[in-house]
Write a protein that binds this ligand. Structure first.
Ligand SMILES: [Zn+2]
Length: 214
């Protein structure tokens, strides 16, 4: 492991408009316009109905509201929630790459110039940089442990103020999967991604293991 410490995110910490917008775009693509309206209502974010957050780095939302929207997708889609959140994570990553490459930390990476075997790690390091640049309390670590990429978010916002007996950051799994697609040109199903630790169940961080499926 490493010597990074869990981050204590204040209950009412603010969060960045662009990152909320990214999730909303993903929800819209996967659940449609009416689905988006429904989950905005469920999560108490009616103010964004027909009035999307700006695509900027101002802090117009609370971290816990971002988390609440995530929870609302699960409430709205029931047993399909886990898969839906993964799809939303993939869709929002794709949208972010198109519309927010600087925020995503990917703008400066010349992937084609890199050998295939280090592209995945390079993309994860880009995401890390993007998050740590735009989120005040952001703290992410990326390690390659004998070919398993380990991505650890010490300040995960998806599960901020939420509690569960199992890991719940399914949206993150989707986004990391799409990041692997971005890095390699393969299909997201070619990767196995498991959330081994989650702040929602009392761990100090949300930790993901990323493996190539053989
Ligand atoms: Zn988590």
């Amino acid at each position: 492991m490493n010597d990074l410490k869990p981050v204590s995110i204040p209950e009412d910490a603010p969060y960045v408009n662009a990152l909320l917008l990214q999730m909303i775009r993903g929800v819209e693509e996967v659940l449609g316009e009416n689905g988006l309206k429904a989950v905005l209502r469920i999560s108490g974010l009616e103010r964004y109905i027909d009035n999307l957050p700006e695509n900027n780095l101002e802090k117009g939302v609370l971290a816990r509201e971002y988390a609440r929207l995530n929870a609302a997708v699960e409430e709205f889609t029931g047993r399909a929630g886990k898969g839906m959140l993964q799809r939303i994570g993939r869709a929002s990553f794709r949208w972010g790459v198109k519309e927010q490459s600087a925020v995503m930390g990917l703008a400066g990476i010349a992937l084609k110039a890199l050998p295939q075997r280090i592209r995945k790690r390079a993309v994860l390091l880009g995401i890390r940089k993007g998050l740590m640049d735009v989120v005040d309390f952001g703290l992410v670590d990326v390690q390659d442990q004998d070919g398993v990429l380990v991505y650890t978010d010490y300040a995960c916002v998806i599960c901020h103020t939420r509690h569960s007996d199992h890991p719940i950051c399914h949206l993150y799994i989707g986004s990391l999967g799409e990041a692997m697609v971005y890095a390699t040109g393969k299909d997201y199903r070619d990767f196995e991604i498991v959330e081994t630790h989650c702040r929602a169940k009392g761990d100090g961080f949300c930790r993901f293991e990323i493996r190539d499926r053989e």
